[in-house]
Design a protein around this ligand. Sequence first.
Ligand SMILES: [Zn+2]
Ligand SMILES: [Zn+2]
Length: 432
Amino acid sequence: MLGRISTLAILAGLAYGAPALAAPSAAKVEAAAKAAQPKVIAWRRDLHQNPELGNQEVRTAALVAKELKALGFEVREGVGKTGVVGILKGGKPGKVVALRADMDALPVEEKTGLPFASKATATWEGKTVPVMHACGHDTHVAMLLGAATVLAGMKADIKGTVVLIFQPAEEGPQAGEEGGAKLMIRDGALDQPKVDAIFGLHIGPLDAHQLNYRPMGFYASSDRITITVKGKQTHGARPWAGIDMASIAADIVQAMNQIAARQVDVGLSPSVVTIATIHMGMRQNIIPEDLVMGGTMRTFSTERRADLIDKVQKSVAAIGDRYGAKAEAVFTQPYPVTYNDPALSKWVKASLSKASPGKVEDNGALVTGAEDFSMYAEKVPGVFIQLGGRPANVPAAGAPANHSPYFDIDEAVMETGVKAEVFMALDYLEKK
Ligand SMILES: [Zn+2]
Ligand SMILES: [Zn+2]
């Protein structure tokens, strides 16, 4: 009897063409993410012990390419120098969604004491430096490989195409090199095939399993500031015979602080203008001819960024004028604001809530750090989220932040990260 009903059901299905495949269920995603978790942890520990600096991610890229090929992805290697792009065409036609992970580590000497702590060194700007995954990009790669595993297991049911972008050099390339999202985009990461939307995440010391984001400006824009001043050298005992460069340096620092605190609407959005380096002089009794100052600027809107560049440049030039020196501020290495598409931000909350029920904050705090995910989100609508990874035994206050030699995460949160990525991708493809 049962057999006859089944046969009838199949025949009825055939009458309308191929039987309709259901979208992968949340339960199926959860079970697959749980099953993939031991592999995700193994990948993370392997990557953590073998970190590579920006544009040097050769071993990491080879591992990623090997795993993606084994999962049946179409793989492009050498994208944006050492980047890897994996493409999974689902069983049904539809849109194209991208997920992005960054692969690079930092010149930091690891002090976590983990059994799989890094002892690696590498060459960076001519020096031998220790290398550590101090920003958690090891977990990003491991989670995206986890998502690849889950997605590959439901390929036939996927409506559309998933593009996985494994990107080098998010932290910025060494001097004289290019790298990061800019080169991935140049090499077609968003065009082959044409991506409709992109999602990414970053792990950090928020409460474990927390998923935080906010619509519109989320991570700051970043610009490197270089200020050069040309004066007139004189004896330290006769400052009036030359130009007093130390006074100029002091005035510029005060002016930068004053611009950020007093000359822009701090109620609308904050800004940071930092002078971090001041180089001048050789001896205590010579006032030198040259002064070079370096710093960084952070904003949360393109209008504010343009306004601040103008204010800083005018202010620096005016201070120089006042002393009879030639002073100018130059802005380089621009990273745009990481802008979360407002409509997608609203929509994505349901997907994230499936990944981490009750632990989604859609009005998260602004982050004054910058992310080159912003460059993808300038080209296609995107949402970038933070994943809380603070181990339970580490108090929130004083928890080692990203880039600390003590930075570590609770590996259990990677399962949440994998689910968040898979749900965002699948739900987007099912989206009307
Ligand atoms: Zn970082
Ligand atoms: Zn990072």
